[in-house]
Design a protein around this ligand. Sequence first.
Ligand code: HXC
Length: 518
Amino acid sequence: MQDTQKTPTERLESMRAEALVGGGEKRIEAQHAKGKLTARERISLLLDPGSFEELGMLVTHRSTNFGLDKQKFLGDGVVTGYGKVNGRLIYVFSQDFTVLGGSLAEAHAEKICKIMDLALENGAPVVGLNDSGGARIQEGVVSLGGYADIFHRNVRASGVVPQLSLILGPCAGGAVYSPALTDFTFMVEGSSYMFVTGPNVVKTVTHEEVTSEELGGAQTHATKSGVTHFTAPHEAAAIEQAKQVLSFLPQNCEEDPLFLNYQNTTHEKREKLDALIPESAQQPYDIREAIFEIADADSFLEIQKDYAENIVVGFARLAGRSVGIVANQPAFLAGVLDIHASKKAARFVRTCDAFNVPLLVLEDVPGFLPGTDQEWNGIITNGAKLLYAFSEATVPRITVITRKAYGGAYDVMNSRNIGADMVYSWPTAEIAVMGAKGAAEIIFRKEISSATDPAAKLAEKEAEYAELFAHPYNAASRGYVDEVITPSDTREKLIRAFDMLKNKVRNTPRKKHGNIPL
Ligand code: HXC
């Protein structure tokens, strides 16, 4: 039937029906055959049932280049709108790979920009479901302009509303930079890729033979580059992770995160913590065990868990309150701070600070990693990122020193002198410039080398240094540590302290913006 023969309602209904199938049933089948969902199926999984309001369903491109005038699809390859996640407003765009490979050009970009503008003006998160062949080649420079419009908005919205990027297909070229500008990236194993240039270009330029998976698959970005914060075995799991992240964040930077109802009916003592620290300071233990004991049951959501494993970061709840945890991991490289760990933690600290999530630091750190590799790659600048991030954070921040707090790393890990609101220490803490053996070797070098029994002399001097510093009481006597606590009391102490700090206001000097060492 011609459009003119339809009633107005029939005409609208048929256009809606046309828009709903995107690139058509065959392409939807192909999408499913790849184990991927369609743009609309993804939105249904993300949003509360019946809450989606679509905008721009009838938008089309205006290009006539290379036969595009005969390839017009209602919606232009992206589904945009707003809806609710667990009752809270979000804005969403979902690229439709069945339409011209989800490629982005003028109209497609305008639709995304529209919901980003609404998100910024109304103070609610933006979730992007990315599945696109990148800039629509036929439309040329307007495709590039469209991306740049989005990047610009990503930056304007950064720190104002949470922005989440799910990568659910290819993401190539400049298209990776929008996700990179957002707060959290999620990838799906086996079906999502991110790279600036694909394997073919790599082969031409560097003669490296590499598969898409090796170059920019989920595992690569989870372990080698740290570009993705989460990986999931399938799309539904990635969407669930995104919802979890949203549950820890406020709608915008003017609000506090949601406080979940917490019934303080049980005893908050956690006896397991009293036995957590091994007898020897050289022995590792898993700091996650401390986190699991301290946080509300099953509340810990680890971020970038397979990248820079010497530091653990993630969201958790403490008596219903959303907190960001940064913890040295003695079970991996002794919990040393290196370039990757510093960058990972600094980014997380800034994310928490931007969105009013209080910070809890669990500290067991032997220092910064020495060596040419670290120095030549800039451990100075990169370590300074974490120092900067903690120092500038105005959210409530509490440190618990469980064992080692040595050297510059002690200062960096949210020490009293860089503005921690509270510092607790377990009796097992050693707060010093370095470990007793290293210290003795340096300051008593002459005495040791001239001794008749150098080994015995070293042991004697080591014990002397340990007596003075291998405990928390020197730091406590200076007030650098507010209280030395029994480990099993940690949870109770933290619940009270975060509650005490809930109205904290810390003003910062007026400035345009700081100059974090990038
Ligand atoms: C126009 C595109 C397209 C694009 C894919 N298609 N990418 N159309 N512009 N960028 C179309 C294909 O022609 C095809 O149409 C349909 O989408 C499905 O693509 P296939 O290739 O059949 O799918 P698949 O085998 O799954 O491969 C997906 C792909 C591949 C890996 C994404 O299509 C690809 O390499 N595309 C080009 C990627 C790219 O170089 N993009 C530009 C990056 S530069 P038909 O009708 O034949 O089925 C960039 C600059 C951004 O993005 C700048 C920002 C600063």
